[in-house]
Ligand binder design. Structure first.
Ligand SMILES: Cc1cc2nc3c(=O)[nH]c(=O)nc-3n(C[C@H](O)[C@H](O)[C@H](O)COP(=O)(O)OP(=O)(O)OC[C@H]3O[C@@H](n4cnc5c(N)ncnc54)[C@H](O)[C@@H]3O)c2cc1C
Length: 334
């Protein structure tokens, strides 16, 4: 995409934080453009098409604890988009432990159905990789590597914090020292994930998933039993942070070999692993979080930072952060 675009608020990132922010701002009558460097919406919510089925590669489910987020979730439930998959974990299975019985929601067509639903009726420019952002007359100017330019009154940055900081640094935009320090303090753990096409079946506890934080493979989920891949057995696998770091630079073929060995004890009789597709998430989950749901930059035109590293991690935290950033921007621009 090329050309020059104008809007009240530009949101960089069409993950859950950016999409929720856009909803709130549009409801307040603002002209909003959301841009994402990918050809799709969802960010770390990704459902992949493998061997004729669908598998969640990033987020697997989400929780709902906040009343504001639960209003959106009630709509998605009523529309038949999502379903309650489980009410909690205990080590090694999804049976609910006594102290953690929050519902975990999944989507019939894979979790990416949620950002796709949120993206309906929003102005979203996909495959737009923003390279620089800089203060300009009456707001901000953001420029993509394609040359597309966005003039806006206010800006919301939702990429992982190191990427947002790099966008500002590219044009030497100086944040207030406290803001710079707060954003630089945010850290993430990486996660190697894989979708494994199984010829046959895999044995996992109810309802078809296993969580084991202390094992190299910390998560195994059967998308067939989850309902997103009715005809093919596709298994989503997550490697724990320590092994993700250890194996990060290993060639895919070596990783696939290690994953095959780890999966072996779970395969039903005569089942074989047909194909393994590997995905590397560098900023998978935040490990050091900012204490507030958003950060409104001081001494600059209206600029808010949002995402899962702001106060609450994961899908719900990112959603609430997006809403908080939108509120902060509305307050700043009136
Ligand atoms: C493997 C894995 C498993 C997970 N499992 C769960 C789970 O089961 N439950 C749960 O609740 N959470 C889970 N999470 C976390 C959850 O996915 C995230 O917390 C949430 O999706 C983050 O949303 P976000 O909008 O903050 O960021 P993102 O989804 O990362 O969105 C940021 C967007 O910014 C875009 N972007 C970045 N730089 C630029 C640029 N320069 N120009 C344009 N666009 C740009 C990116 O393409 C991306 O789409 C998991 C995450 C991973 C990686």
């Amino acid at each position: 995409m090329s050309g020059t675009f104008s809007c009240d608020v530009l949101i960089v990132g069409a993950g859950i934080a950016g999409l929720m922010a856009a909803h709130r701002l549009e409801a307040a009558g603002k002209v909003v453009v959301v841009v994402d460097r990918e050809e799709r919406v969802g960010g770390r919510i990704l459902t992949e098409h493998v061997a004729g089925g669908w598998a969640d590669t990033g987020a697997q489910f989400f929780t709902v604890r906040d009343p504001e987020f639960s209003r959106f979730v009630a709509e998605w439930l009523a529309e038949g988009l999502i379903f309650e998959w489980s009410t909690g974990w205990s080590d090694g299975s999804l049976l609910p432990p006594a102290d953690d019985a929050h519902p975990r929601y999944a989507a019939y067509e894979g979790l990416m159905a949620v950002p796709r639903r949120l993206a309906q009726n929003l102005t979203i420019h996909k495959a737009v990789n923003i390279e620089t952002v800089m203060p300009a007359v009456a707001g901000w100017l953001a420029v993509a590597d394609s040359g597309a330019a966005y003039q806006c009154q206010a800006l919301i940055l939702t990429p992982p914090a190191p990427l947002s900081l790099a966008l500002l640094a590219a044009e030497q935009v100086a944040l207030a020292a406290a803001d710079q320090a707060a954003l630089a303090a945010i850290t993430y753990a990486p996660c190697l994930t894989a979708v494994c096409h199984i010829n046959g079946a895999i044995n996992l506890p109810e309802p078809g998933a296993l969580q084991r934080p202390d094992h190299p493979i910390s998560w195994i989920a059967d998308n067939q039993r989850k309902g997103t891949s009715p005809r093919v057995c596709l298994v989503s696998v997550h490697v724990n942070p320590m092994y993700s770091r250890l194996w990060w630079l290993s060639p895919d073929v070596e990783l696939a070999g290690a994953l095959r060995r780890e999966l072996q004890p779970f395969l039903a009789a005569n089942a074989t692993v047909q194909e393994i597709t590997i995905h590397r998430w560098l900023h998978a989950v935040p490990t050091t979080l900012h204490p507030e749901r958003t950060l409104l930059a001081a001494n600059l035109p209206p600029l808010a930072f949002a995402g899962d590293a702001f106060s609450g991690p994961r899908v719900e935290g990112a959603a609430l952060s997006g809403l908080a950033a939108a509120e902060a921007i509305l307050e700043a621009i009136g």
